[in-house]
Design a protein around this ligand. Structure first.
Ligand code: FEO
Ligand code: CA
Ligand code: CA
Ligand code: CA
Length: 565
């Protein structure tokens, strides 16, 4: 029995109330501490690198834990525990001198911002003070917007990905806007490039192409990279944006290894990558494209994975599918191939959204994380919210009228959909689906905006986003929503982490995070006695009560030492 599931009852913890303060709250009998904050040293040379007034210097910026922690996974390597974790984006106003007003003024300021994002690999160990980062571990590694990586799969080498710096189209710098994560069956890390479009800008004329518009590429970059680095200037390097927006594989056990961008898994605003092995032995990866009215995808490998082998090559050879959810609660995965889309394979992988539109997938309410139940053949997707549902089409002009799986106009609360593959096979083309929960506010609505029956005044939340299953088949749900606790959201308080019993539908609040923050990223220690939880973009001065707010990973455990995951 774990902390989540108690004998004969819904949950082994007493659900907690909402909070509106700048603190963390966990149930009675649980404790928490900060494991690592943005700016904390990964190597002793960076001890004291973080200054409460000025942040981190450019020289130390790739030797510290990055900002805005997101997806993460734990790995056991040679008896050691490593966490690989994303730093999704950076707050320029927090990191740059006040005079710059959040806009970099020099190449060094751009370098600082590039270095504080990307991925961190760090060893952690449990000592007298609980878990801490092992400084100077040979496994510690920072992967930034400048790290060299390899492009693999059918799009590698194609004219669409060739640039002046890389005429072969096979060597790329950087992984950007690393949002959710995944773990392969062969123990490597998958980092997912989400809002990569915003890093590119045009200082001159924009190139022609439907793809730029569909992916929201153009105008000014969010961090002015293009003014100091031509690689990010679309008018000079029109193909550079085609080299981002992928799932990238990193081997945490080999700090010198080159990360690999897996183009066969498609290019879109990747949220996370949930890998399972189908009953027929093939590898399946479920992936959401987090944009209003975009799609849910699945990759199925051609080859079969053998336990104990590195399956990386399987991720270069397979078929991508888009989900179609029918209103009768059945669905099918529509293959994206030259025959079904009229596009070349390389185009399908570079402009996956256009391929999905061509075959008629179901436009979704912003697919965030997908999680597969380890105890049953079923999977869940968080559809976080969608103010455009029933109001306007997506950027490709696809219809976004309400449908059974996205049933509410101007959906402000979100829902979690669940599907069961036909024949117990994740590689099957058909599935049955239902809504596990529709978030809502039953204290002010008595219509669909009240939410489903498993939502009540005691467990209300909005905007489900991160999700992960514990080994006992309990679904942990993290929110990234409205935290003002007023209007439609009154009674929901700060963002939170809840636990869902997928048999009974019951949902209970386990944790709340400081006002302003979202909860994102969840993994467990090897003995499953400690949960590591990501706190992104906190407000106030959390957790130091001085200086700047610092995105952090928090460790949570049961005071009696029992397993919680
Ligand atoms: Fe980075 Fe869709 O969350
Ligand atoms: Ca997210
Ligand atoms: Ca979100
Ligand atoms: Ca976020």
């Amino acid at each position: 029995t774990t902390a989540a599931r108690a004998e004969g009852a819904g949950f082994a913890f007493k659900p907690i109330d909402i909070a509106t303060d700048h603190a963390i709250h966990v149930p009675e009998g649980y404790a928490h501490k900060v494991l690592v904050r943005w700016g904390d040293a990964l190597w002793s040379e960076a001890d004291g690198a973080y200054d409460p007034e000025t942040g981190v210097s450019v020289e130390m910026s790739d030797k510290v834990f990055g900002e805005n922690t997101d997806g993460m996974e734990l790995f056991e390597v040679d008896g050691k525990q490593l966490i690989a974790v994303n730093s999704e984006y950076v707050n320029p106003k927090i990191n740059l001198p006040a005079a710059s007003e959040g806009v970099p003024q020099t190449a060094d300021e751009v370098r600082l911002l590039k270095n504080l994002q990307g991925v961190t690999v760090m060893e952690i160990a449990e000592g007298e003070n609980g878990f801490e980062v092992v400084k100077d571990s040979p496994y510690n590694r920072r992967i930034t917007h400048e790290t060299v990586m390899e492009l693999q799969g059918p799009l590698a080498g194609h004219a669409l990905v060739q640039t002046n710096a890389d005429p072969e189209g096979r060597t790329v710098k950087g992984t950007m806007n690393n949002c959710g994560s995944g773990k392969t069956l062969w123990d490597t890390y998958l980092t997912c490039e989400e809002n990569f479009n915003g890093y590119f800008g045009a200082t001159g004329e924009m190139p022609e192409g439907e793809g730029y518009k569909r992916y929201g590429i153009g105008g000014e970059g969010r961090y002015a990279y293009e003014k100091f680095d031509t690689r990010y200037d679309i008018s000079a390097e029109p193909n550079e944006p085609h080299r981002h927006g992928f799932v990238t594989e990193i081997d945490p056990a080999n700090p010198g290894s080159t990360p690999i961008k897996r183009t066969a898994l498609g290019r879109f605003k990747h949220e996370n990558a949930e890998m399972v092995q189908a009953s027929d032995g093939r590898i399946v990866v479920y992936m959401g494209d987090d944009e209003r009215g975009e799609y849910l995808y699945r990759f199925v490998s051609n080859g079969v994975w053998e336990e104990g082998t590195n399956g990386g090559d399987l991720l270069n050879d397979g078929t991508l599918y888009v989900a179609k959810f029918s209103d009768d609660q059945t669905g099918e995965w529509l293959p994206l191939t030259p025959a079904t889309t009229g596009m070349e394979l390389a185009e399908i992988l570079a402009f996956t959204r256009m391929a999905a539109s061509a075959v008629g997938g179901t436009t979704m309410d912003r697919p965030e994380w997908v999680a597969a139940n380890p105890t049953k053949v079923e999977a869940y997707v968080a559809l976080t919210n969608n103010k455009n549902r029933g109001v306007k089409p997506n950027a490709g002009g696809d219809d976004t009228s309400v449908n059974a799986v996205n049933p509410r106009e101007t959906n402000k609360f979100g829902q979690i959909a669940r599907w069961t593959p036909n024949g117990g096979n994740h590689a099957a083309d058909g599935f049955a689906w239902d809504l596990y929960v529709m978030a809502g506010n039953p204290t002010i609505y008595d219509n669909a905006y009240a939410g489903s029956d498993n939502v009540n005044a005691g467990n209300m939340f909005n905007s489900p986003d991160g999700m992960a299953f514990s080994s006992d088949g309990m679904l942990w749900i993290q929110t990234d929503g409205d935290y003002k606790n007023e209007g439609d959201f009154v009674g929901m308080g700060n963002n939170q982490m809840l636990v869902g019993n997928t048999d009974t539908g019951e949902i209970a609040r386990f944790m709340t995070v400081p006002n302003g923050a979202e909860v994102t990223g969840l993994c467990w220690s090897a003995d499953r006695k400690v949960a590591f939880v990501g706190v992104q973009h906190p407000g106030g001065q959390w957790p130091d009560n001085a200086g700047k707010p610092r995105s952090s990973i928090v460790a949570v455990w049961r005071e009696d030492g029992a397993v919680i995951g």
